[in-house]
Design a protein around this ligand. Sequence first.
Ligand code: ZN
Length: 100
Amino acid sequence: MNIFNLGGMEAGSGDDAAGTPNAEAQCSRKACRSAATWQLLWNNPRIHTPDRRKVWLACDEHREWLEDYLQTRGLWKATMPFVDGSSIEAASDSAHGGAS
Ligand SMILES: [Zn+2]
């Protein structure tokens, strides 16, 4: 199943030691490890308050797939470009609901 991991063990000797922290800005699509370039804002009225925004990160390839997934379920709110460190979720979680 995971050919890349098997190959990586052999070929990438020393890569792990670098410890580059790049895990946080990956696409949210299952099994996709591409860097995120989009953030999809969504809200599930059944479990979230109306002003709550959940964020999924998406690469170019999966942005449409994830948008469609959320839109089908009536959860999608907005899609915005994702610039490293600009996640809406991080901003709204640290603010105690005062910004508006
Ligand atoms: Zn992806």
